[in-house]
Design a protein around this ligand. Structure first.
Ligand SMILES: Cc1cc2nc3c(=O)[nH]c(=O)nc-3n(C[C@H](O)[C@H](O)[C@H](O)COP(=O)(O)O)c2cc1C
Length: 475
């Protein structure tokens, strides 16, 4: 039994939000202490090439991320990265700071391993949070900024409100998620319509070529959902995060009368949405699955159903800090059991009706072969170099986790120099010759794709490491 499992009966006696605040203090204050961070990271960061994926132009050393809402104000990113997450999504951030809904607003359904929250985007606002993030940028792992709308903003002014947060955070996010799906801001979910989504992504694409995601609700009408997702893709979305919490109160025995339900009770719904999305969009867009993922088997199922990445929230609360490690180690076992050597081989295996894709030309196939080699840049670009240089001062605070090694077959290919100036956006596709497919070459900067974002064991010793003093995670 883990220490967390021993402590959780006491922790769970506290009011749920107080327990969260206690956990936040610990993650914020204790985990980043140098020796503690090394020790915790050594225990929790699972590094294995089989888990390393490239999604929407970003490199993830493992596919398990922290879902939005846990670190609303980006106060815990150092401590959280030591817990083995492959990426973090902070927020939801709104332009103006807001208190959120009256307390109590977070409840446990312990029997059902589920939570119900009516938080209402309590956060310190985009200026304060982006300033905080600046001190840590660039990060050791990809960091997403989840963007929402202030409660007091009229529906008709929503677009501007989203735009303002995006602009405040443009420099400090590796990707951005538009959250139109929280049930806790009045009428927010009404924005999940074709015309708003079109305006939203079109607006965002005038400001950035970084990856943009739409986070959707599990409670939408399925046809409408497909139309909205289709439009988001047409207008520039890089992927979909499915799903937010549900307002289907039949899923738990004693529901509160407001708020969204997450955790095990959401599992089937979230999985069903993923299946529907995969049948229409797999291979065309990145799919990130979230909702009820609390073990490796579940994460593996989502990957086989077409999710390139997964996120956890409630599972982290109930299972504790070893969840990432357990999922990643379990994923390696699942892969081995199925005779796979890489996650890409499992990706989308269980999708019954795959969307039609264009028949590959010979040129595509040659390109695929090249892309199947994981691309790691050898030299930082000038912009990148400047950032790295200017970040020397904060080097100690950015110390990246010491990943735990499981296997380290040196099968990684050498980086291609021609790629150094491009940040390619790829969605993984299943094919014998290649597991990755280049879809875009658009990112406006390369800072999200550089080798420092990877644990060192995945990287051939590179110029970047020697030249730029990039702040690499230690082996
Ligand atoms: C207390 C709490 C707060 C949340 N806050 C946010 C939020 O601010 N923005 C957001 O996009 N999702 C938020 N979520 C939803 C999660 O990101 C996730 O989509 C949902 O909980 C399903 O995942 P899970 O079953 O692993 O918890 C929140 C969830 C919980 C439990």
């Amino acid at each position: 039994m883990s220490l967390y499992q021993m402590l959780s009966p006491y922790l769970f006696k506290l009011d749920a939000e107080k327990a969260h605040n206690l956990a936040e203090s610990f993650i914020k204050r204790v985990l980043p202490l140098p020796l503690v961070q090394d020790y915790v990271a050594g225990k929790n960061c699972v590094v294995d090439k089989a888990l390393s994926v490239e999604v929407a132009g970003m490199r993830f050393y493992n596919p398990v991320g922290l879902a939005a809402g846990f670190d609303k104000n980006a106060t815990m990113i150092k401590g959280l990265s030591a817990l083995g997450f492959g990426f973090l999504e902070i927020g939801t951030i709104t332009q103006a700071p807001q208190e959120g809904n009256p307390k109590p607003r977070l409840f446990r359904h312990t029997q059902e391993q589920s939570l119900q929250n009516a938080m209402g985007f309590n956060n310190q606002g985009s200026l304060v949070i982006s300033k905080r993030l600046k001190a840590f940028y660039p990060y050791a792992i990809p960091l997403g900024v989840n963007i929402g709308k202030n409660k007091i903003i009229a529906q008709s002014d929503s677009l501007k409100n989203y735009e303002n947060v995006l602009l405040d955070c443009l420099e400090v996010g590796d990707y951005f998620t538009f959250n139109l799906s929280s049930p806790n801001t009045p009428n927010l979910r009404d924005l999940q319509n074709v015309s708003f989504v079109q305006e939203l992504f079109a607006m965002a694409r005038t400001h950035t070529q970084k990856p943009l995601f739409l986070k959707i609700s599990p409670d939408m009408d399925k046809d409408e959902m497909l139309k909205v997702v289709e439009m988001s893709i047409k207008s520039g979305a890089s992927g979909i995060i499915a799903t937010n919490t549900t307002v289907d109160y039949t899923l738990v025995q004693n529901p509160q009368d407001s708020g969204g339900i997450s955790g095990a009770a959401l599992k089937q719904k979230s999985k069903e949405i993923l299946r529907i999305l995969s049948e229409s969009f797999f291979g065309k867009i990145a799919l990130i699955s979230v909702g009820g993922i609390d073990n490796a088997q579940e994460a593996y199922e989502r990957i086989k159903l077409g999710a390139s990445l997964v996120q956890v929230y409630s599972g982290f609360v109930f299972q504790g800090p070893s969840l990432c490690k357990n999922i990643n180690e379990g994923l390696l076992q699942c892969l081995r059991a199925d005779g796979f050597t890489h996650l890409y081989e499992a990706l989308g295996q269980d999708i019954k009706t795959k969307p039609k894709t264009r028949k590959k030309s010979n040129a595509d196939k040659t390109q695929d072969k090249q892309d199947s080699k994981i691309v790691i840049k050898t030299k930082p670009t000038q912009t990148r170099k400047k950032k790295l240089d200017s970040s020397k001062d904060t080097e100690s605070t950015q110390k990246a986790p010491s990943p735990k090694k499981t296997e380290s077959k040196k099968t990684e290919s050498k980086p291609k120099k021609t790629r150094a100036k491009k940040a390619d956006s790829t969605n993984a596709t299943k094919s014998k010759a290649s597991r990755t497919k280049k879809t875009e070459s658009k990112l406006d900067s390369t800072q999200n794709l550089v080798d420092k974002d990877l644990p060192t064991s995945q990287i051939e010793p590179s110029q970047a490491q020697q030249d730029s003093k990039a702040n690499l995670p230690k082996e």
